[in-house]
Write a new protein. Structure first.
Length: 135
């Protein structure tokens, strides 16, 4: 870059300096976002959703014996405990189902998802399920 006799830069040199600053800041922000996206703050919940296919809606309750499957999933992944909640939203009249396996003391990570369940009258009803694991 050349300075004139008054010590100031010309217009093209000033634009080039601004572009260099812009490029450096863009690269910095890009690397910052990339590093932030790669960080995992919470461990993933690795419970297989097929465990919950054994649940059925009948007589206003969510029934099905999945406790043993939750225990085996907990042991397989090395969790201290698993908390499971299943509820049918809306005015269908089904009671929520809560299952607790093990202890829920320590770092907890959870996952919420919607899964269709069959009812005893043949309907398929979407249910909200939440699984929390303690590591």
């Amino acid at each position: 870059m050349k300075f004139n006799n008054k010590g100031s830069l010309g217009f093209p040199e000033a634009i080039m300096a601004a572009m260099i600053v812009t490029l450096v800041l863009t690269m910095y922000m890009g690397l910052f976002v990339l590093n932030a996206a790669n960080e995992k703050s919470d461990p993933e919940v690795n419970i297989d959703h097929r465990v919950f296919e054994g649940l059925i809606l009948e007589d206003g309750k969510i029934t099905g014996d999945i406790e043993q499957q939750l225990i085996s999933e907990s042991e397989r992944h090395g969790y201290k405990g698993v908390s499971f909640t299943c509820e049918v939203p809306g005015e269908f009249g089904f009671e929520a189902r809560h299952i607790l396996v093990g202890e829920m003391t320590g770092k907890i990570s959870s996952e919420r998802f919607v899964m269709p369940l069959r009812s005893s009258d043949g309907r398929t009803v979407p249910t909200v399920m939440e699984v929390a694991v303690c590591i």
